[in-house]
Design a binder for this molecule. Structure first.
Ligand code: CDP
Length: 202
């Protein structure tokens, strides 16, 4: 029997990471942040690796080797994420993960559309560009005071555009996804709304 899969997609800083983690903890499901896979390949690409080779040889300890939060790694991730062979190399791992007992939450850009099109529950989280840039600004400046709000906003804008317009698995809400706009919600409110919706479906 196939496991219950919850697909949570959306643009940068829409709240999907925090919401996905909280939902997976409430349900005791496995959780995969698929952005980390692309970020790790982006980090290797910045070190000089060829992206397709890096994707095909990705190992779990690659995810701990780098500071994957760095904005330059996010930018590199969105560049290598437009290469179809890179995406293809990650498919099997993500699909296998989604079928582990007792169920899984995966977050990313193409989970509901390509990775797990049969997911029982699909969520698409979004928020205004300004709200998302503000969140990322607060998050990043906890550690690193060097990056301005304007730079973050511009980087997220570029990344949104690249993620939405690429030919291979563009970021788009699945037809059967429930869309939540988190612009005006606190993180607790966003978690509650999504969790209430999931409970009606599970
Ligand atoms: O945390 P944030 O939303 O800023 O980014 P992320 O989820 O870590 O993803 C980083 C980049 O990886 C995105 O901008 C996408 O280009 C790419 N990505 C993707 O193409 N498909 C996924 N399933 C996850 C991430």
């Amino acid at each position: 029997m196939s496991q219950t899969v919850i697909a949570i997609d959306g643009p940068a800083a829409s709240g999907k990471g925090t919401v996905s983690k909280a939902i997976s903890e409430k349900l005791q499901f496995n959780y995969l942040d698929t952005g980390k896979l692309y970020r790790a390949i982006g980090a290797k690409y910045l070190e000089g690796y060829q992206p397709i080779a890096a994707a095909r040889s990705l190992e779990s300890n690659d995810l701990d080797k780098y500071d994957l939060q760095k904005p330059e790694i996010a930018q590199a991730a969105s560049e290598i994420a437009s290469i179809p062979e890179v995406r293809a190399a990650l498919l099997e791992f993500q699909r296998n993960f989604s079928q582990k007992m007792p169920g899984a939450v995966l977050d990313g850009r193409d989970i509901g559309t390509v990775v797990c099109p049969d997911a029982k529950i699909k969520i698409f989280l979004t928020a205004s560009l300004e709200a998302r840039a503000k969140r990322r600004y607060v998050e990043l400046n906890r550690h690193d005071k060097k990056i301005s709000f304007e730079t973050i906003l511009e980087q997220i804008r570029q990344r949104d555009e690249r993620d939405q317009t690429r030919r291979s698995s563009p970021m788009i809400a699945a037809k059967d996804a429930k869309i939540f706009d988190t612009s005006k919600l606190s993180i607790n409110e966003a978690v509650d709304k999504v969790f209430n919706y999931i409970q009606t479906k599970i």
